[in-house]
Design a protein around this ligand. Structure first.
Ligand SMILES: [Zn+2]
Length: 111
């Protein structure tokens, strides 16, 4: 695999990349293979692309800004029980997504 990403690859993974950047728990679940998302190596490649591509740097910066602004609007911490339920739901949905992808592999006969 190439060590350089395209702008499209960065855009496709932007949300997951910033989610991991903002949440160590989420990054740990991705690293453990429990959740889908960019692993540490991919996150470094995304960061490197954003550093050397002015267009993507602007997009990443704008998204970080937006997230900060939203956090200021909704700064109340969810109760621990709700947080735990959301994490559990996220993990089970991700596992279902992985299973769905695996069942879509078609086997065709070679002629
Ligand atoms: Zn770019």
């Amino acid at each position: 695999m190439s060590e350089e990403l395209t702008c499209e690859e960065l855009r496709a993974q932007l949300d997951a990349y910033l989610d991991c950047e903002e949440c160590d728990d989420l990054a740990a679940l991705v690293e453990a293979g429990t959740l889908n998302g960019p692993d540490a190596r991919m996150r470094r490649l995304l960061e490197a692309h954003a550093r050397q591509c002015p267009h993507c740097a602007t997009v990443v910066d704008a998204e970080r800004h937006m997230r900060r602004a939203l956090r200021r609007c909704y700064s109340h911490q969810a109760p621990e029980g709700l947080r735990a339920s959301i994490m559990e739901l996220t993990v089970s949905r991700s596992r279902r997504a992985v299973r769905t992808r695996v069942t879509r592999i078609d086997i065709t006969e070679e002629r």
